[in-house]
Each structure stands twice: as C-alpha cells, then as structure tokens.
Write a protein that binds this ligand. Structure first.
Ligand SMILES: Nc1nc(=O)c2nc(CNc3ccc(C(=O)N[C@@H](CCC(=O)O)C(=O)O)cc3)cnc2[nH]1
Length: 468
C-alpha cells in the first residue's frame, strides 16, 4: 500500500497533541447503552405481557424447543406469551428501522457540511429520551405501546445507527489512508468490548435488582455520551459550512454515491463491497440471533452460566480479530487479511453447526477468532472509494445496509431454525458458512480485477493509473 498524495484529515499541525480526545468512547458508551437496553426490553415485555395473560413462568427469553429437562416448553400459555413478545419486538424493530432509514440518510450527508459533532449528540440525546420514556412506562405501568413512541422519537434523532455512521465517518476524517483499516478495527473492538461488558453485567444486574436500575444506567450512559461529545470531542470536519437539514439534497447525495457518472469502476466496487458487507453482517446478526436457542436446547442444554461464557466468547472475536488484523497487516495486504477472516468465519460456523458437545461448541467459537477482521477492511475500502466530503453520506448508507441486515437476518434465521430442526439442528450455521463464500469471492475478485492501487479513482491520481 502506497501513501496517497492528498490525505483526508492527515495534516497534524506540528504542535498537535498525540492523545487528544477521540471518538472511540462515544461508540463504546453508545453500544453499552444499546446492549444493556435491548435484552432488558425483551425481558420486561416478557414479564409484563406474561403477567397480563396470567403466566407466571420465568423469563428465559425464549423457550427451549429441544426440551431440556422437559419443563413446560409445550405450555400453550407460554407459547402465547412468546408470540406476543416476539410480535412487539418485531413492531419495535420495524418502527426503528423505517424511521431510522429516513433520519440517518438525512443526518449523515448533513454532517459532511455541518460537522460530525451534531450528529453524534442528537442520537445520544434520542437514546436518553427513549430510556426516559421506557422508565416512565415501567414506573407508571403505562401500556407497552408507549415503547413504540420512545423508539420512534429515538429513531427520528437517528438512533444507534447514526452513532455508528457518525463514529466511522469521524475516524475516516481523522485517519490517513494507510492507517484507516486499523483505526476502523479499533472502533469495532470498542463496540465488541462494550457489548461484552453490557451483556454480561446487564444480565447479572437484572437478576439481582430488576429493571429500573439498569434502565437508569442506560439513561445516564446515553446522557454521558451526549455530554462527552458536546464538551470534549473536537470537530473532525475541516471545512464546516452551515447547511439546511430538511432538504432532498441529502438523499440525492447518497444516491449519487452509487450512480455518479465518470467514476464507473469506483461505483461498481462500491456496490460490490456493499453487497459483501450486507451478506457478511447479515450472517453475523443471524447467527447471533440463534446461538442462545441452539445452546439452550438439547444436545447442548446449557445453563445460564455457560450461555454467558458463550456470549463472552462470541464478543472476544472482536478483540482477537483486532490483534490478528494488526499482526497480519505486517505481511499481507488488507484484502487477504479479510479473506483469512472469512475463512476463520466459515470454519467456525461449520464446526458450530456440527457441535453436539460443549467442548466442540467452544472450539467453534475459538475458530471464529478472526471472524471480525473482514468488516473493518470492507469499511475502510468503501471509505477510500469516496471523496473526503462524502464520508458522512457513505457511512449513513452503510448504516442503512446494516439496519437492513438486521431485519433480513432476523427473518431468515428465525424461520430457518425451526424449519431445519427435524433434519439438522445446526443447518442455519452451515447455511451461513456457505453464504459467506459469496463475500469471499466478491472481495477476492475485486482485488484481482483491480490490479491498480486502491486510490486509483481520485482526481489527484496520475493519469496512467486511472481507470479505463
Ligand atoms: N438480527 C439481529 N441480531 C442482532 O444481534 C442485532 N444486534 C444489533 C445490535 N447492534 C449492533 C450494531 C453493529 C454491530 C457490529 O458489530 N457492527 C460492526 C461489525 C459487523 C459485523 O461484522 O458483524 C460494524 O462494522 O458495523 C453489532 C451490533 C442490531 N441488530 C441486530 N439484528
């Protein structure tokens, strides 16, 4: 990889301190708030709707379809509660997705003009507002339909997806092209670390103290995120200019990213990398949706402590991938690091799909150690394909792709799992492994097709390495 002649955000003044506040804590805190809140919300719905239907079983979150110990998984009342909870979850997710689609695509490109700080503060305030509304519902025992109100308000302010988009765009602003992949990977590792801490800590805390206190923490963490951005985080966009928010221009700028005439090769690469990102993240989300069900039921029959370790092992992949990426970057180009990441992912999923014993299941998790190395590479490659004034628009579109991944993954994996139980319990994981061959082929193909350097599509690139 050669150094680009003109580098986005790569002009540290001679006196610039090396350790000025940066954006990682924003993603860490935002993810912690989200990861603490999501399972709590499901469990609250379970307990509340269950109580309304007169069901007083424990909230395992989901029934165990294989039957471990045979404690009432066929209970019709439990099934009714399960159905109701999953419907409410679906409504909340759909509302979040569609409102978010509208707002992220507006705020993302807007941030290219007005700076990243506003689009990091707004969603953090939105998440605090949502936690506040959820708290009111819990204190006053309002109808759970008010959850929808909180979700929509938060969605209007961009929600977690805007935090993701803003943080990645911020890192693209401040990193040079050489170090960008690693900076993106650090951000993802923060995401994994926050998810791990919140999911382990949150579960324990709820067991000990119920919902109210953990929700106050969600509220406080969201507020702290907003305050950190407001008072500590320096702006990363170099040439800020005022711009109207409510204009179609922002949507058009996202559309133009993928359709700009004159940059055909860059456009095609953008589309191919986006497709690879979509498939990869959809498989990650989908697998994550069914790990717990898979582990709860026979033959694994895990109790909650093992489930916790499994989840920790899953999150460890973010950290081990960061280390692996760093080491492999010393001797391999980014693309081949991503290919190794995908290989680790495929092998891990195949082993998990066949895992009938606890050691084998953990071996599968172990083999996934490099599985999170591919997404930072794709994000970084996408970022290098667009201009430095389009990073906000780009990462907004990537955040929408990620939202779509979430919906598709939930739909596909949650229907595939029950449908394949009778012939192969681990089939969805095997399916995931097979689908991952597509991003592996796409990434490899783009690299081979594109034998010129990564920055060949910028005007400042010498004419002899330009497309055509
Ligand atoms: N179906 C589904 N399952 C989930 O577990 C889920 N989790 C979230 C929680 N939000 C998030 C958002 C981003 C990442 C994340 O790790 N993103 C990285 C890597 C993506 C990957 O390779 O899996 C990124 O680069 O954006 C994780 C959880 C949202 N939708 C979901 N949807």
């Amino acid at each position: 990889m050669a150094e680009s002649p003109a580098v986005a955000g790569d002009q540290p003044g001679p006196l610039e301190p090396r350790c000025r506040p940066t954006v990682e804590p924003v993603l860490f805190l935002g993810t912690a708030a989200l990861s603490l809140q999501a399972p709590l919300c499901t469990q609250y719905l379970w307990d509340r709707l269950g109580a309304e239907l007169g069901y007083n079983g424990t909230s395992h979150g989901s029934g165990s379809p294989g039957g471990c110990g045979g404690n009432g998984s066929g209970d019709p009342l439990q099934q009714e509660v399960e159905t109701l909870v999953s419907h409410w979850n679906l409504y909340l997710n759909l509302a979040g997705f569609f409102v978010g689609l509208f707002s992220v695509t507006l705020f993302g490109p807007w941030s290219d003009s007005v700076g990243r700080r506003p689009v990091l503060i707004l969603p953090a305030v939105g998440m605090a507002l949502q936690a506040g509304i959820y708290l009111l519902v819990m204190y006053l025992r309002l109808h759970v339909g008010y959850f929808l109100l909180g979700r929509i308000l938060c969605g209007l302010l961009g929600d977690y997806n805007l935090i993701l988009a803003g943080c990645f765009a911020y890192v693209a602003d401040i990193s040079d092209r050489r170090s960008r992949t690693f900076r993106v990977a650090i951000l993802e590792a923060c995401l994994g670390l926050a998810g791990m801490l919140a999911s382990i800590g949150g579960g324990q805390w709820r067991k000990a103290q119920g919902y109210i206190d953990p929700f106050w923490l969600v509220f406080a963490v969201s507020l702290a995120t907003a305050l950190y951005v407001a008072f500590c985080l320096p702006e990363s966009v170099k040439e800020k200019k005022p711009a109207p928010l409510l204009t179609l221009r922002h949507y058009i700028s996202i559309y133009r990213l993928y359709t700009q005439p004159g940059h055909q090769k860059a456009r095609q690469k953008l589309a191919l990398y986006s497709l690879a990102f979509f498939l990869l993240v959809a498989i990650h989300f989908g697998a994550r949706d069914i790990y717990v069900l898979y582990e709860l039921s026979s033959p694994l029959c895990w109790a909650s402590d093992l489930i916790g370790y499994g989840s920790a092992a899953m999150y460890m992949a973010y950290l081990s991938s960061l280390a692996g990426l760093r080491a492999l970057q010393l001797c391999l180009a980014d693309t081949w690091v991503a290919e190794l990441g995908l290989l680790s992912n495929v092998v891990g999923l195949v082993v998990i799909s066949l895992a009938a014993t606890t050691p084998l299941m953990f071996t599968g998790y172990g083999l996934l150690f490099l599985s999170m190395a591919a997404t930072p590479v794709i994000r970084s490659k996408l970022s290098k394909l667009v201009d430095e004034t389009e990073q906000g628009a780009l990462f907004a579109s990537v955040a929408c792709v990620e939202g779509l991944c979430s919906l598709v993954a939930t739909g596909v994996f949650n229907s595939l799992y029950p449908a394949s139980l009778h012939f192969m319990k681990g089939f969805p994981f095997l399916f995931g492994a097979i689908v991952l061959l597509i991003p592996a082929a796409l990434i490899g193909w783009v690299e081979i097709w594109d034998s010129t350097p990564e920055y060949a599509h910028f005007p400042e690139t010498p004419a002899h390495v330009q497309e055509g």
